[in-house]
Design a protein around this ligand. Structure first.
Ligand code: FES
Length: 335
């Protein structure tokens, strides 16, 4: 059975399981969209009256108060009245100021943009009206005046390949956000455990810098995990920080069986869950930050909870694999 909802006062027919976004796109409306998973917030719409709860998951209090919703998460309910979000989906134009390889498959991208953010948040970058990806911000606004991103380049990644091959210094691209709540909470004396898997280092590097700048005095354990040693990046910067801040303890973990001879880092060969479980058997009182692929993040979150960390003290950012095979750094869950 079909239902009818309204877009800018015009009736729109929707199938029984269609979302507002699917129905609008199917009928030729030009609605911006990206991940279709409730993460990038590209598909913001305004709703009149009651908004389905699931359609506001992850939105800011301000967006919720303004009756905004995510069209990709909004079931098409009969009689629902919807329209464009107005200035709420505003994007700012950013200029590419620098682009360089940080590791064989990771590009560091710097953008100049008039945007206020907290370290650890993420934004959505737009290539064109139909191609966007969300990436965590790796920079700190008090340390550098550009936004920095660590973008893993995938062979089949439509967006990341464009960043690697098409985007040039001086180019402009729209940025939407910031979003996300995986930020330093000011727990200045409590021990912190940060686990960064792959480019999960990007948001945690921002959170780490924020903690140090705010005078965090408790121990900060940063576990950096990668499949292979050559995937580690920012190593000199992190080593330099650890030299300056004795409360910062670095742990480098690789999971493959490659020959590690000649590597200058004190690497440990282990699975990241195994390493965290063995090294941190009691996490009672810890603040925990986890960032990486969803399966790992979810397993670690469970493990940290079992080891005594309170759920409310575990902030988790999981990378989302989107339908076009690209990875985006975006917040799926956590506090
Ligand atoms: S397309 Fe709806 S949140 Fe990304």
């Amino acid at each position: 059975m079909t239902t009818t909802f309204y877009w800018q006062e015009q009736p729109v027919e929707a199938g029984p399981h269609e979302t507002v976004l699917d129905a609008l796109l199917r009928q030729g409306h030009k609605i911006p969209s990206g991940c279709r998973s409730g993460v990038c917030q590209s598909c913001l719409i305004k709703v009149e009256g009651a908004v389905p709860v699931a359609a506001q998951s992850g939105l800011s209090d301000g967006h919720i108060a303004d009756n905004l919703a995510l069209a990709c998460q909004c079931r098409a309910i009969s009689g629902l009245r919807t329209g464009p979000p107005g200035i709420h989906a505003a994007r700012v134009l950013a200029r590419v100021t620098d682009k360089r390889w940080l590791a064989p498959n990771i590009i560091g991208l710097r953008l100049a943009a008039n945007l206020r953010y907290r370290p650890g948040q993420y934004v959505t970058l737009w290539r064109d009206e139909h191609t966007s990806r969300s990436y965590s911000i790796a920079s700190h606004p008090d340390i550098q005046d550009t936004l920095e991103f660590h973008i893993r380049v995938h062979e089949q990644g439509r967006f990341s390949r464009w960043v690697a091959e098409g985007l040039k210094v001086g180019d402009l691209l729209p940025v939407q956000g910031p979003m996300g709540h995986c930020i330093y909470k000011g727990e200045s004396s409590r021990p912190l455990l940060m686990v960064a898997m792959g480019t999960g280092l990007a948001p945690l590097f921002g959170v780490l810098q924020d903690a140090l700048m705010q005078g965090h005095s408790g121990d900060i354990h940063l576990v950096v995990a990668a499949m292979q040693a050559r995937e580690f990046y920012l190593t000199e910067t992190l080593l330099e920080l650890a030299g300056r801040y004795p409360q910062l303890k670095l742990h480098w973990v690789v999971s493959t069986t490659e020959d590690l001879a000649g590597c200058h880092l004190p690497l440990v060969r282990a699975g990241v869950e195994e390493y965290v479980t063995n090294c941190f058997p009691d996490l009672n009182g810890f603040g925990v930050y986890l960032c990486g692929a969803p399966r790992r993040v979810h397993a670690l979150r469970r493990g940290c909870y079992i080891a005594g960390a309170a759920m409310i003290d575990i902030a988790a950012d999981a990378f989302l694999t989107c339908d076009r095979g690209e990875l985006v750094g975006a917040r799926l869950a956590g506090h």
